[in-house]
Design a protein around this ligand. Structure first.
Ligand code: PEP
Length: 252
């Protein structure tokens, strides 16, 4: 039985006081939830304070990126040792906004994922097709390319520490959610692919989140699908009431 995981990606939102306010509200509402794993992923500058805010709660903190090198002259980058030193447990890797605006490729996603594992961080590796690719009937080709390219060279043991996030780019921040059937179809495709790449036990143990305009109103149906193990939430994670409702409704 895979434990569901709901992660909030705050992207480049929230000043320090806004982040503290959001965490205060989340702690009161869902700070004691243990039936699902709850993760919040603030911008780098709020990681330390958010970890502090999450003490004595069941909420874990994730970063939105990681650089693959150890310490060095890499201005603007943040490495694994820095993340773990402030208590970060997860890291989002290869989000479509990084692929689209910052030149992220399967190769760099692979390097970042290796670095995360080396430092004991749990990577949330994002894959997903854009609208043109879906309309051209290339969804499964793109997903195969993202999964195989991003996850090459890992052992079965590594894979069990990785969470995959299927995020159709056309559904991110657009209000257009994939139907639960569309999402399930791709999640099943990914699980079958993991079976071919590794084995049945690994494929069945790995958690695959859905991401793309997840809201309190659609999460229950999404997680009722056999291969959907939670959600990566953007916009709706920025308000305590909607994120808390998503967490609660994922347990129904
Ligand atoms: C995301 O950023 O990963 C995301 C899924 O965003 P949204 O929920 O706003 O579509």
């Amino acid at each position: 039985m895979r434990k569901k995981i709901i992660a909030g990606n705050w992207k480049m939102y929230k000043t320090a006081s806004e982040a503290a306010e959001l965490m205060d509200a989340l702690k009161k509402d869902i700070g004691g939830v243990s039936a699902v794993d709850v993760v919040v992923c603030p911008p780098f500058v709020h990681l330390g304070s958010t970890v502090e805010a999450c003490k004595a709660t069941s909420i874990a903190v994730g970063a939105q990126n990681i650089y693959w090198e150890e310490f060095g002259a890499f201005t603007g980058e943040v490495c694994g040792a820095m993340l773990t030193s402030v208590g970060v447990k997860y890291v989002i890797i290869g989000h479509s906004e990084r692929r689209q605006f910052f030149g992220e490729t399967n190769e760099t996603v692979n390097k970042r994922t290796k670095a995360a594992l080396k430092h004991g961080l749990k990577p949330i590796v994002c894959v997903g097709e854009n609208l043109a690719e879906r309309e051209a009937g290339r969804t499964f080709d793109v997903i195969r390319d993202h999964v195989m390219g991003s996850l090459s060279g890992f052992t079965k043991e590594d894979m069990l520490k990785i969470v995959l996030a299927y995020e159709p780019v056309w559904a991110i921040g657009t209000g257009k959610t994939a139907t639960s059937q569309q999402a399930q179809e791709v999640h099943k495709f990914i699980r079958d692919l993991l079976l071919k790449m590794f084995d049945r036990a690994t494929a069945e143990a790995m958690r695959i989140q859905y991401g793309g305009s997840v809201k309190p109103e659609n999460i229950t149906e999404l997680v009722a699908q056999p291969d959907i193990d939670g959600a990566l939430v953007g916009g709706a994670s920025l308000k305590a009431d909607s994120f808390a409702a998503i967490v609660r409704n994922s347990m129904n």
